[in-house]
Design a protein around this ligand. Structure first.
Ligand code: ATP
Length: 327
């Protein structure tokens, strides 16, 4: 370890995700382990612009490992998207003698870090914290496992009602551009169909599948829909299906923000702990403009240009499994 960095600042940015606190704890403790001073910045890039910095120690991150959300708060900052905003942020970093940054957030947060590196040469590493699992260069992002478990728990509960009343439920889960939560909560929850942004869905085929199930004395069905798909929202798809099939009474449930909160699963806590430590080690080793990832259970360091604008494709195997199970 070359010990190049003297003072790190860490912040959480974009949508909150369960496990961000565990990542923060790991960053703080790894920094102190390597004799690096560590500051927390509140409210992401907003706080960087406003100078909302606080020095952290080992005790500052006690008892946060198991908590959802982020104790550093998060924000989306339009001002940081401007050159003037980034100059203000840079001046605050300089004032606090920060020579390394760790952002815990999604691809937008990583882009912000990249801009700071391009314009002011501040070394930065991103830790992927977002429930959508929509970033290339890592098999998993922090928060995705917890959010998917939350979705599965909700689907199981909805199934009780679907079965009791012979209903067809459309359950909308998060994932604006990515069907990861949908595909895996759909497989785990036994959905008859899973609608994801990565695939075109034919309403006629969907209706045929639902009707086929009803003909075989299936008394209820669940369809999992990722928000933001090309075929429309769960509500719109349900309306289209209703026009063409009258087997079931149709209901729609939008899980929404309850998927973001909650105590992180063991998987997300361990992932966040490993990624937080890796981020400090990569930074201290002279790496920059990069994001930590986990690939085949190994920590990797991805350069911005290698992974940005690349899709994190859903694996063909998951699609195949979902198809076989929903006959
Ligand atoms: P999530 O996946 O949960 O939405 P995210 O990190 O992608 O997380 P964004 O809102 O896209 O969330 O980005 C977080 C913040 O990063 C933005 O509010 C903005 O301040 C900064 N940011 C994003 N894109 C850019 C950009 N192109 N230039 C400068 N800053 C940016």
């Amino acid at each position: 370890m070359s010990n190049q960095i003297k003072r790190i600042a860490v912040f959480t940015s974009g949508g909150d995700a369960p496990g961000m606190n565990a990542a923060l704890r790991a960053v703080v403790r790894a920094s102190i382990f390597y004799n690096i001073e560590v500051f927390g910045i509140y409210r992401g890039y907003e706080g960087m612009i406003d100078g909302d910095f606080e020095q952290l120690d080992v005790r500052s991150v006690a008892n946060i490992l198991q908590r959802g959300g982020t104790v550093l708060k998060s924000a989306r900052s339009d001002e940081f998207r401007t050159k003037e905003g980034r100059l203000k942020a840079y001046e605050n970093l300089k004032k606090h003698n920060i020579d390394g940054l760790i952002a815990i957030g999604g691809d937008g947060s990583f882009t912000g870090l990249h801009k700071l590196y391009e314009e002011y040469k501040i070394p930065g590493i991103c830790v992927p914290g977002t429930i959508d699992n929509d970033i290339a260069g890592t098999d998993y992002t922090i928060g995705y496992d917890t959010a998917t478990n939350t979705a599965v728990e909700a689907i199981d509960k909805i199934r009780d009602t679907a079965l009791s009343h012979n209903r067809l439920f459309f359950i909308e889960v998060m994932g604006r551009d990515s069907g990861y939560i949908a595909i895996n909560s759909g497989i785990a929850g036994g959905a008859v169909a899973i609608i994801i942004p990565e695939q075109e869905t034919s309403i006629d085929e969907l209706v045929e599948k639902i009707n086929r199930g009803a003909d075989k004395r299936k008394t209820s069905s669940l369809v999992v829909v990722a928000e933001g798909g090309k075929s429309g929202s769960a509500m719109e798809i349900a309306e289209k299906v209703n026009e063409k099939s009258s087997y079931f009474e149709t209901k729609v449930t939008i899980l929404g923000h309850l998927q973001r909160g909650g105590s992180p699963t063991y998987f997300d806590r361990v992932l966040a702990s490993k990624m937080g430590i890796a981020a400090v080690e990569f930074l201290n080793d002279g790496k920059t403009d990069s994001m930590v990832g986990i690939v085949n259970n190994k920590m990797v360091c991805n350069k911005f240009d290698d992974i940005m604008n690349q899709p994190h494709a859903i694996d063909e195997e998951s699609l195949r499994i979902a198809k076989i199970l929903s006959i």
